[in-house]
Design a binder for this molecule. Sequence first.
Ligand code: ADP
Length: 393
Amino acid sequence: MNVLVINAGSSSLKFQLLDTKTREVYAKGNCERIGIDGSFIGYNVKDGDKQKLEVALPDHKTAIKHVFEILAGAGFDTDKIEGIGHRVVQGGWYFPESKVVTDETLGWVREVAPLAPLHNYAEADVIEICREMFPSIGNVIVADTSFHYNIPEKAWRYALPRDVVDKLHIRKYGAHGTSHRYIWRSTKELLGDDVHKLVSCHLGSGASLSAIQDGKDMDTTMGLTPLDGLIMGTRCGTIDPATVCYLVREGGYTIDEVDTMMNKQSGLLALSGISSDSRDIEDGVNKGDPNCIMAFDMFYYRTSQLIAEMAQSMHGFDTMAFSAGIGENSATMRMGVAKELEWLGVKVDPEKNKVRSDELRVISTDDSKIKVLVVPTNEELMIALDVEELLGK
Ligand code: ADP
């Protein structure tokens, strides 16, 4: 089935057209700076070179029009596109699984948008535009929170007053669910009956862990929002919640300033003082920069602590998988985290760890109690497979 996957942000729109049977990617790209001066579309068609189309993109509708023109130019007229899968960041309490777009399900994306205002409104608008422009193509909503929705209540409930929690739908929703689901699927395909309890580590500029037991999610590190849990590129992760009150009362910051500080000015960026990108910080470590050394140390410390926490929620683990930008590419970060976990039986082979590859691979030693894998994630494929399942004839 030829599926177009769309991942819309407030000023960007990523797309990928792929075949679910052969898993071949026909085209992919990103419309950037939508609604801002200097907008353009960077894209590849099949194995061709990267192209850049500098074009005014005043709104998402114009961006989608151009995407369909690019696809038509590559031989994929609208009638060859059999379904559209939309990544939705926050599914709230309505999407324990992916759902076909109807007036009702689209309304739900908007209803839960206050939980993720920067994403859900734009995503809902894009879904609506696709329905209007291409009424013959079915649309599917794939929420990043779905995989985590059925974690045990003791894992998702917050110890806040029940009336407040109920009224405002406060709970752990998690994120990166589509990626964690894919990581489980790939790990299971490789290891078969040898995997039961997996700690899935999605370590990108946003980062989260998931405890997955026989395919079912048991807990995850992100919470009501993607700010919780691990130290990330620019996000602080878990801190004492009273810090927010203290910053407002004593620091004189507004609540929006605190929001920006914690989401955009914290994490590895704040610790290193130079960059949110692990590659830049690694350069700093190699030059002996003490702030960069501390940034990496804290990343290893917190990540390994939370891996142990995830393992606890399953009363053990047999496998852990590194994924996303850092997890797939940074041998240094993988080894740093793994070393912290040696006491639990995690042993990574330095030679296997060093290999650079786009393939799923095992990097633990043969005598490691815990199997350690690198799993290139593929959220687009996971979304497309959901579309096939819901719309495939
Ligand atoms: P997101 O999708 O959340 O933006 P990614 O999964 O693309 O994030 O991860 C981006 C991060 O991955 C970068 O900030 C960088 O720290 C890290 N990264 C990407 N490529 C490499 C690499 N080749 N070596 C080391 N780290 C890398």
